[in-house]
Design a protein around this ligand. Structure first.
Ligand code: LLP
Length: 412
């Protein structure tokens, strides 16, 4: 959770003055600190960390995390191609397929990345392919978690992973084609509420691993949560690492040299480092609700309407004023569901005030769209040494429409 005492108010206001709003602003130092926390947590074991770039794929952010020695977790051909801009070593790129096409598989095979397959039908296509040798399979461990039903991936009925009852078929298929399943993977959900569930899923994976004779690694997925509200428990990485360490140390005794374990968080690295800075354009008193209308909305941060997600909101101009007015923060999209925050106690707010929507570094810009044909926000990094660096400029309204017409091939 963003510690409201430590919000870089002056830097956010400077970003607003320089780059106007709406603008996503990220604190590089916080991202790097989150990298250090995971890297040191299990450093005495053969554990590797991957960054699930879907959380925030701005190239400057991918680069900063990768420079820390963290690899790439991808879920589409496009993400694979993006990560190829940062590494020549395909083994650094882990690609979890999901309803993959033949063409995407062909490209993944050509690229030589590590392919993680979550369905028997795709596994057979892969094993049949003349150029393939080995792969990883995604297992549905029948233990799910996540901050919302829409992001619970380990539920037995979710679309993800090969269910436990079919694992023998996967092993038989590999044998039939004389190929190897060298890795197993599970990701039980995003924003895991109970770390015990992650530990329980790890135990299931370690037990199931005995069915795979050629195993060289196990990937336990991501899902480390962000405490968005003050009342949310902070995910205790040290405690989690302690439990994981016990399991892995025991497991390692029966493994051959070179065996590896992977984790692939996304949100963990970036969520708390990001703010969506927006200005108040409208103050409107309806019967029971006072709305603050802003120059952003669900097209830039879809998490509140999509998952009823809660993000802290602060008025950067009035941090010290009494927080005694109840407001609902709305966006500028033509839909009544376009609400970013309901019923927040804020200082008396005026048109022109600048708000920061906190903990918005993960699944903010990557899920943004141009709905209502609106321009995307700019992105700015507060670098480790405190400079403001634009890492994606905003297009003007004219440029946005010009590019759109051109992309459609309209008008010559
Ligand atoms: N690995 C796999 C295979 C995944 O599908 C995901 C996320 C991750 C790792 C990283 O999960 P994380 O550590 O970030 O929780 N848009 C939603 C989250 C969707 C996550 C999808 N998969 C949100 O805004 O909460």
């Amino acid at each position: 959770m963003t510690d409201y005492e430590n919000i870089p108010v002056e830097k956010l206001l400077e970003a607003y003055r320089t780059f106007k709003s709406p603008v996503y602003v990220y604190e590089e130092a916080k991202i790097l600190r989150q990298c250090d926390r995971v890297l040191s947590s299990l450093k005495d074991l053969p554990v590797k960390w991957l960054y699930a770039i879907k959380a925030n794929d701005n190239p400057f952010i991918i680069e900063a995390i990768n420079k820390k020695g963290i690899g790439f977790d991808t879920v589409s051909l496009e993400e694979v191609i993006l990560c190829q801009a940062f590494t020549d070593n395909p083994a650094d790129i882990f690609y979890t397929e999901n309803s993959m096409t033949d063409e995407e598989m062909e490209r993944a095979v050509e690229a030589g990345v590590v392919l993680n397959i979550g369905a028997l039908s795709r596994l057979e296509q892969y094993l049949k392919h003349p150029k393939t040798k080995e792969c990883c399979i995604r297992i549905n461990p029948a233990i799910g978690d996540g901050h919302h039903a829409k992001v619970n991936t380990g539920d037995p009925e979710s679309k993800f992973g090969i269910r436990i009852g079919l694992l023998k078929d996967a092993v038989d298929l590999a044998a039939k084609y004389n190929k190897k399943i060298t890795g197993i993977h599970a990701h039980i959900g995003s924003g895991i509420k109970e770390p015990e569930n992650q530990i329980a899923a790890m135990k299931v994976m370690l037990e199931l691993s005995e069915e795979f004779p050629d195993l060289r690694y196990i990937n336990f997925g991501g899902g480390m949560p962000t405490p968005y509200r003050k009342a949310d428990r902070e995910f205790n990485i040290e405690r989690f690492a302690e439990l994981a360490r016990q399991l892995l140390t025991e497991d390692l005794k029966k493994r051959p040299n070179g065996f590896e374990y992977f984790f692939e968080p996304g949100r963990w690295f970036v969520a708390e480092a990001g703010y969506l800075v927006t200005s108040v354009t409208t103050v409107k008193d309806q019967v029971e609700t006072v709305y603050l209308g802003t120059d952003t909305g669900m097209h830039h941060l879809v998490r509140p309407p999509l998952y009823e997600a809660w993000h802290g909101v602060v008025n950067l101009n009035k941090m010290e004023a009494p927080h005694d007015q109840l407001y609902t923060v709305a966006g500028n999209i033509c839909e009544s569901g376009d609400i970013l925050a309901f019923d927040r106690l804020l200082p008396e707010t005026e048109i022109g005030d600048v708000l920061a929507i906190c903990d918005a570094g993960a699944y903010g810009m990557t899920m943004a769209s141009q709905y209502n044909r609106r321009s995307l926000p700019a992105e700015v990094m507060i670098t480790e040494n405190g400079e403001l660096k634009c890492i994606r400029p905003r297009l003007t309204a004219d440029e946005t429409v010009e590019r759109f017409l051109k992309d459609c091939g309209y008008g010559g």
